[in-house]
Design a protein around this ligand. Sequence first.
Ligand code: NAD
Ligand code: IPM
Ligand code: MN
Length: 355
Amino acid sequence: MRARIVLLPGDGVGPEVTRAAVEALRAVASIFHHEFALDEHPIGGAALNAGGPPLPPPTLEACLGADAVLLGAVGDPAFDREEPARRPERGLLDLRRALGVYANLRPARVWPGLEDAGPVKASALAGTDMLIVRELTGGLYYGEPRGYADEGASAFNTMRYSRGEIERVAEVAFAAARRRRRRVVSVDKANVLETSRLWRSVVTEVGARHPDVELQHLYVDACAMRIALAPASFDVVLTENLFGDILSDEAGAVCGSLGLLPSASIGDGTGLFEPVHGSAPDIAGADKANPIGALGSAAMLLGHGLKLEAEADALERAIEETLAAGSRTADLVERGAPALSCSAMTRAIVGRIRA
Ligand code: NAD
Ligand code: IPM
Ligand code: MN
């Protein structure tokens, strides 16, 4: 197969973990005899530093014309005081909207050997394997009107959802559940918010079209607690944009590290594959980042984006075997204990990829 993959390394640890994903993609291409054209473009703070907007038009054009897009991370504290249009995050938000990737799949599972890496008792963590389906192009992130009023003394955002926006992401969640353990927990705040009441009623309607999938509704606060206390009790978690952002970081920590979590942002066109973590300015440039979130995103790019299931499995198996063999980055060991660098962990994993 020939595929055009656009790489958006971005900021902070973004370039380090993107390099890891590129090594894996090159190894997969060579082992399985594919031709991947990898085309790198600036986004976020990297684009701003080059004098452009956070999503330069040539970057967007390349993404729209690609078979898949792989992003590292965006975000740079140097731009924290800038106006919204000149913030690195805006580049990613605009890209998600432009690609129409309304469903963000964030799998969180406990890898064999990592049962003790996180804060949750191994007995509670055993068997954890959830898929968070996060609505990605609506809600508070995009709702209008938004802004400041009273000369900056107050500020406002709008949480808005249409039936159509809820229905299409719910369909993705139910379809995913049918390939898994056939359970969906829909998360909202229907005891307080109108958007959540609409969310609950539309999800219930979609659920009725999938009688083979069990549907349960949970309030987001209760869900946050249950992720910490009983993570293994979830299969698919379906939720709106902001709740999904928060719950997925929690799920990452519960499974051992935020650095482990991959994601696939999908819609009707080109998919965007991005680790769940951010630019991690505290460890950027130190070759300390965990590359597994980015490597897992590359695996999702292969499987979801290019429909190369065997190739995706090969990369996931390499990650699993490497962890089972005891290799660990710094985020997975006690503070100060010896650990592999990002590049050494990448070499260990890529060295295990085979057909
Ligand atoms: P973060 O995810 O960057 O970091 C949170 C904590 O997790 C830090 O302690 C960091 O060191 C650690 N961490 C993150 N990724 C890691 C990895 N791969 N390996 C080991 N440890 C890792 O979140 P933050 O610090 O709140 O945000 C930093 C910047 O990143 C902000 O500008 C934010 O807007 C941006 N951000 C971007 C994305 C994205 O590009 N998708 C996601 C989240 C945050
Ligand atoms: C994520 C990030 C982004 C989000 C930011 C950087 C805009 O936190 O992908 O989880 O909130 O969606
Ligand atoms: Mn986030």
